[in-house]
Design a protein around this ligand. Sequence first.
Ligand SMILES: C[S@@+](CC[C@H](N)C(=O)[O-])C[C@H]1O[C@@H](n2cnc3c(N)ncnc32)[C@H](O)[C@@H]1O
Length: 217
Amino acid sequence: MNSYLSSLLKRSPHLYAWEKEYKLKGKLWRGISTSFDFVSYLPTGAKVLELGCGDGKTLAALVAGDFQMTGLDVSPTAVDLAKEKIGSKAKFVVGNACHLPFKVNYFDAIVAIHVFDHLTENERKLAVEEVKRVLKPGGVLFFEGFSVKDFRFGKGIEVEPKTFRRKNNLWYHYFSLTEVKRLFFDFELVNCVEECVSRSISGQKVDRCAIKFIGKK
Ligand SMILES: C[S@@+](CC[C@H](N)C(=O)[O-])C[C@H]1O[C@@H](n2cnc3c(N)ncnc32)[C@H](O)[C@@H]1O
């Protein structure tokens, strides 16, 4: 880890909380990955970056799609876990979504599945600027974030509007459709939908609700 990242983690408890989670629990993500149909938008060999790749759940699905994948995460332990899972089929970078170590116009697509959810309002704006910088003209952004209708909305202490800090220090922001469209206003809108899926958790029926956005630079 370089000195920029170690100092970032030291001064950002909400980011360091991720490193602590992965160190304590190991792999965090199981089950089915996102339902985005990447293959119908991207040609074989497309250069794709997954922001906040975690331990590699979504990255594993993307690697199967024959893209040139790079996974980036702020947690060094998450990146190690993703490397173990995926091996040499992807490149890996420990880095910050708000300060991407890539050249201008480099990627054909960026995938951001539940990573903006964990940023502060200011960081979300910085990350959007970085996504725009490193995407090629015509490049595609796939975004997914939990919505205000999600059953966990309100869990924890509200630290910014619609953003809650849980006991483990992780921050959770919940989006509305309008907010997502506003955040990515200068992308050409391909699709933006809110999807709710009913789940049974500890015998109780709950709604997991997320907003999915596809846009072109
Ligand atoms: C909910 S997990 C999503 C995992 C993955 N996208 C997937 O679909 O399996 C959020 C991930 O974002 C990472 N993350 C949070 N803030 C970040 C930042 N500023 N830069 C890069 N990664 C970040 C966390 O370490 C965590 O692994």
